[in-house]
Structures are given as structure tokens and as C-alpha cells.
Design a protein around this ligand. Sequence first.
Ligand code: C2E
Ligand code: CA
Ligand code: CA
Length: 553
Amino acid sequence: METALATGQFEVYLQPKYQIRDGRLTGAEALVRWNHPKWGLQPPAEFIPIFERNGFITKLDQYVWERVCSLMQEWDKSGYPSINISVNVSRIDIYNTNLVDFLTGLMQRYGLSPSRLHLEITESAYTDTSRQLIETMGALRRQGFMIEMDDFGSGYSSLNMLTEMPIDVLKLDMKFIQTEITRPTGQGILRFILDLARWMKLSVVAEGVETQEQLERLQNAGCDYAQGYYFAKPMPVENFVSILTAQALAANIENSRSAFSAGRLDRALLVADEDEEYRAQVHRTFTDCFKVLEAASCEEAVGILGRHPYQISAVILSLTLQGGADILTAIQKERSAWKTPCVATGPLDMELERNAMELGATDYATKPHDQESLRRRVLRAMSTHTLQVRMRSLQDEACRDTMTGLLNCRGLYTITESLWHESSSVVCLFELDDLKKFNEKYGYVEGDHLILHFASLLRAHTQVDDVLVRLGGDEFLAVMYNIRSMEVAHMKEMAILRAYSESRYVDPDSVSCFAGTVLWNAEEPLDEIIGRAREILYAAKASGKEEYFLQKG
Ligand code: C2E
Ligand code: CA
Ligand code: CA
């Protein structure tokens, strides 16, 4: 484990946390993974208990905390919106007498306010509410750290502890969410806990939210924040950064629209042009509504774009600038999801203009032009851009199955081009057999539950990057990556089928689940691969039913 730590085998994953009221990203929880060279990615349940016994956990936790602080520092520097991150604090760490010094030292070193770091103490740690535990938590809280009680409701809690422990946030255990919420009577307990929390001035985070229904119940009961597979699984830092960027850009669009009327200066405009006089004019024209950044060369422009990855609301780019066309391509690529509106400028030249538009410029302004018309063009480019982004998010809605949040058929075809498939990817098709009969027997509400349940099973058994689709009412598709052999693919398939058959929904008269799994050969069109999977599924179904009838007979 020492070697593993020294060689960077421990990786910090982040799971986003959202404000329920408006769906805004507010933070993340850091969860450690062991990327073992031989055994692959190990879940913490495999190694945390061992490290807690041998004391190594404190070193590992300190490593995780430090990584989290360095990330927050980096993001602050790049101008991302300020979010908080929760880290797990093991019970053993608390008896490390340097905990307060260590953590305050860390925050100073990274120039962060302690309120940015939330400390999750698991509820079982509170069972021995020693003086030392209460004092340490109290001291940390006085320093400004946010203290969260993790796994609340998991069975160790006593209401007494709530009054004794210095805490700011209750984190509802996922088992609690998943069982209490499905029972009609569970609602009363949930509401009671939330009322109690409010009365104690604690905020509440629900953990392990997997379905729309759970989210709605939590919202109705007045819960503040949520985290869970419904939104996103824990993910590598790079993936989290994409979410953060998208969030920042969405905010940027809103803000830049009001920037003109409100006269706020926190948004920037980049003018990249070789002509100093022209840059000075642009500066004067836009100074009332933007912070104007100037670049005289391509390198300078790239530098500025790199340092301010998202605050730049628009770019005015001279195509006669050496390398100007490259910048244009870069802007469109770097921020592939959202892009920055760009007004290209240059001489009257149809060829150049067409080129610019093809490379993704929002508009082309022929030089010379007066500043008033430039101002109008920039404004228009920004609103066109906003519209495009809106369209894209609308499209995204049309591409998702509203009940499960998985992609729908249309969504699958929309992303087909970007689906990378290599010899190590697998396509697995599932069908919930006789869903219709189930609906007739138990009603549509139960039928919906069954579908949601199956969707969360799929999420739980797949990786972050795998593609999950609800193809039709009772048909689901999973494209899974990094599966090296058919044998592993079958194990995956079986694990899902087994988990399903162990769930409470299975009723021998109505719904069983069948699957067809195939390796995806590169170059094979999507329709064909699905066709092949379907054949196997039907064969499985025919033989499965036969077996079943034989048994019955
Ligand atoms: P935890 O602190 O209660 O973390 C929540 C666990 O729930 C995570 O498991 C997370 O991946 C999982 N989870 C999140 N959303 C959902 C959902 O919608 N459905 C389901 N079924 N699960 C969900 P993970 O990452 O395997 O971590 C397990 C436990 O290991 C953590 O439980 C925590 O106690 C411990 N742990 C993880 N990282 C660290 C660490 O850096 N330090 C310490 N001391 N403990 C850690
Ligand atoms: Ca936790
Ligand atoms: Ca937890």
C-alpha cells in the first residue's frame, strides 16, 4: 500500500452533488479508488476496512484531502464557479491528535477557506461519542469546516447524538432513501427527519438517489441536496471538470445576456488583432459592458483563452492574423460542447468569409467597419449562440427517456457517430418479457417501478462511460467498454440478470428478463449489431420458455 500510494495508484473520483430546488451543481464527494496494476480498479469496500485496521487509512485520507484541496485551488485560479467538496474522515483519523492542525495547515497552504471542505464523519463513529471526538469536531467546526454526519439513518443513530455532536449537515443514508421512500408510510418518517433537521438548522443531503420518483419525494419533503446514480456516478476528475465547465458556461450565457443591461463587468471579450489602433477602438466600444482582453498575436490569444477557460463571452478574431484560422478551429474544438461565439474579421473576400463560417465562426465582419455595427454584430452573435445552446439542451431532452433518464432510441442514433467501438466493446440487449401482463396484473404504477428498478440495476452494473439506452418500452441496451472476452461479457450479463431475478418484482407468471450479448466488431453498423444481439435474445427466450413449460408440464 505504501508503494501504491507513492506510485499514484490511488485515484480520487468525484460524485457530483446537486441542489434539488434548481438542479444546480453545488459540489461533490471525493471517493477513493485503488487502480491496481494487476487487479484493476478496486472499490473502497475492498480495502478501506483493512486500512482502518492497520492504521494506513490516515495516510490515505490525508492524501485524498490534499488532492481535493489542490483541485479546488486550480479551479479557483481558472475562474470556475466556487464549489465545495466533501471528503470522508475515518473514525481513526479523529484520534490522530494532529487532525485540526493538519487540516487548517492544508487550507492555509492552498489558500482556501475551510468552509469549502466538508468533513463527512460516518455515523458509526458516533457510537463511541468520546470527549475527544466531540472536542475535535467542535474545534474543526470553530475553524470553519463544515461537519456532515454521514449515513444518517443507517441504524447506529440515536437522536441523542444529534444534540451532542457539533454538526452542520445531515447526510441521509442511501438504504434509508431506497427503502423508506418506496413505502407509502415511509413518507411520514422522511418528513419528520427533515422537519427536525430544519428545526436544528441543519441542511440535509440525500445520498444514493437513483430514480426520478425518489427525487420527487425528497423534493416534496423539503430536502436540500441530492447525490446519486440518478444524476451521476462517481467519476474521474476529468469527467467532473467537463460537468463543471458546462455548468459554468450555462451561467455565463445567462449572465452575458444581462451584462449589457446591468452594466456588469465580470465577463470578458477577447479581441485578437494585429492592428493596435483597431484593438484600442474595440476596447473603447465595449469597455462599458465587458472586460476587454487584447491579443496581438496568435500565441497571446491562445494563452488568454487557456487562462480564462470560460469567462470569455465572445471573441473578435482577425483572420489576417498569422494563425488566425487555427485559433478559430481551436475555440470550436476545445470547448466542443458549448463553443464560444466568434466574430471573424478580414478584408472583403468571399473565399475567406466562407472558410471562416465553415470553421465555425458565428459571423464575418468585413473591414473596415464602424464600431457601432461591430457592437451590434457581437450582440447578435451572442444571442444566436445562446439560442444554439438552448436548442442543444432541448435536443438533449428529446434524446432521453423521460422516465428513466436513459438515452432513448433517438438519443442512441444521435450519438452513434461519437460512439467509439473497438474490439473490446460489447453490446448487451435486455428484454423484460411480458411486461404487458405484469401491467395488467399489478397496474401501471407497479410496472413503472419495475422499469425504473431495472434502469438503476443497469446503472449500478456498468461503468461511467458505458452507454445505456431504453430502446423501447421493455427493451434496454447497454454498450459496455473495456470488456476483453465473451466470457467476461457473459459474466456481466449474468450479474445483471441475477440481480434482477433477486429483486422483489420477479413473479414467475409474468416478468422474466432475457438478454443477448455480442462483441462489437469495429466497422459493424449499429443496426446490424443490435440485430445480432436481438437474435441471440430471441433464441434465449425460446429455449428459456421451453424449459419453463417443460418444468411446469
Ligand atoms: P460513503 O461515504 O457512504 O459513500 C457513498 C457510496 O455510495 C459510494 O460508494 C458511492 O459510489 C455510492 N453511491 C453513490 N450514489 C449511489 C447510488 O445512487 N446508488 C448506489 N447503489 N450507490 C451509490 P464507494 O465509492 O464504493 O464507497 C464506499 C465507502 O467507502 C464510502 O461510503 C466510504 O465510507 C468509504 N470511502 C470511500 N472513499 C473513502 C476515502 O477516501 N476515505 C475514507 N475514510 N473512506 C472512504
Ligand atoms: Ca461519505
Ligand atoms: Ca454515506
